[in-house]
Design a protein around this ligand. Sequence first.
Ligand SMILES: NC(=O)C1=CN([C@@H]2O[C@H](COP(=O)(O)OP(=O)(O)OC[C@H]3O[C@@H](n4cnc5c(N)ncnc54)[C@H](O)[C@@H]3O)[C@@H](O)[C@H]2O)[C@@H](O)CC1
Ligand SMILES: [K+]
Length: 527
Amino acid sequence: MKILTSQQMKQVDDTAIREYMMPSVLLMERAAMAIAVAGKKMLTFEGLSGVLICCGPGNNGGDGLAAARHFHEMGIPVRILLLAAPETFTHDTLANYHMALKWGLETEFYEDRKDQLEALENWQSGQFLIVDAILGTGLSRQVSGRAYNLIQWINRHPSPVLAVDIPSGIHGDTGKVMAIAVDATKTVSFGLPKVGNVCFPGAEYNGSLSVADIGLPPELLIKAPCVARRLSVADIIDLLPDRPRNAHKGTFGSLLVIAGSTGYTGAAIMAVRGALLSGTGLINIAVKESLNHIFEQTLWEAITTPLKEGEDGGFSAEGIKRMHEQKSRSQAVVAGPGWGSGKGWSEVLEGLLSQADCPMVLDADALNLLVGRLHWLKELKSPVIITPHPGEMARLTGMSIEAVNNNRLKTALEAAKQWGVHVVLKGAGTIIASPDGKAVINSTGNEGMAKAGSGDVLAGIVGSLLAQGMQAFQAAAVACWIHGKAGDVAADVIGKRSITAVDIINALPEVYRRLETREGFNENHAG
Ligand SMILES: NC(=O)C1=CN([C@@H]2O[C@H](COP(=O)(O)OP(=O)(O)OC[C@H]3O[C@@H](n4cnc5c(N)ncnc54)[C@H](O)[C@@H]3O)[C@@H](O)[C@H]2O)[C@@H](O)CC1
Ligand SMILES: [K+]
């Protein structure tokens, strides 16, 4: 599914209005009907007896005013709170304001007075639904003053909240919370989801997210430029490499994992286990000689290449030579998990990047080594995928973690373009960005996966799919989906709190089994 910026969505709306002769009030009417249908279900489900609709001056408020008519026609008591004077309304919002009056509805101005809100609280004995039509994709500045206070009141009130298009206060292009945002129970977005609906932190505020058809011409939606996409189960099934019946282990590629050091052997083991269970034919793990016995004993299915150690981490010159020989026999490399901070690893990394003759995943300590050495990524011969979490991304870019998180999509896209690598910016709603400007926002996974070792498993899955011949961007996006889904499957069985990286690994077979048997997964648009 496509994800649009506010501007891209507006372009679609404008083209529908100008070139497809769709009156803008008709689009608003369809949007309002979708809100009324969703709202009616919430009223029934929660046993509520009225709808309080909070309307801003823009078209988002117009959707709310039009929805008021539909609720009224359904016989549901409606109360309309206006945040701005009608003189400031957009054309269609004003039209719907007048229609609401003609339909016999009353409106009241939000005075920002305590007694007004106290009186509201007891309306319908407090049993009402709140419709948030304060701000939509036209949000352009920090929320302050009366709008801030009303949103604060909405968030404190026990009523369920239905957000129109996007929760008010979430920036449509970034997902950033503009000082405050409505914490919705459900959000109905129109046409296609906006970045703010799917990018965290904004995505957290949707509650459950659905996308309503408001009658925009299908061919316009198909042609519409988008800033990112979201992969469905069908996409994942489509993208996964075929497994021919007459395959041999060479068919499924050979992966070299360069990982682990004293204190961090677990990281290497988890990366290899993630890769093993993702279908690679042959896995070779390049490790320090002194640690070899650990891998021999724990990773029966992998081959180990014990290498002479360097003075401060990494390998000796002879060890590095052997590592390159092994690399030349591999279709993909995973480097970095559990390296530790020894300076010797920088030689290993520089060598890998200067002779990058197969696709490579750089994770964890390999990323820390790249800080201040991003020029090593210049003139890469093969695709490189980096998998930073926001902290690593902040160190790599020199931005603050807050700045990274406030614009995750743009940060990943710009880094990918500037450094010429594929970027997997981890965290809720992982962003996968390519150097040529493509992006995917991942929909799977849960907070239970925020545990040490989880990233190592992901690096292993990406490496495995690369070794099986997938293109770098697709391998990264599919791996993130599968990794997240394994976390979701694990959460279903043991709950989120207790999930460990090993549980994610153990859930991988079930994820692949369901994909292979095309067994349905519950799609969750809100991710
Ligand atoms: N034809 C269309 O374009 C359609 C638009 N639709 C709705 O229209 C919305 C977009 O409408 P608009 O572009 O009018 O934008 P909004 O309705 O989001 O509001 C923009 C207004 O809010 C003000 N504003 C911006 N930031 C503010 C802040 N922080 N605090 C207080 N006021 C602020 C602006 O000055 C402007 O007056 C969508 O989210 C969707 O709900 C739907 O009706 C479907 C069709
Ligand atoms: K809204």
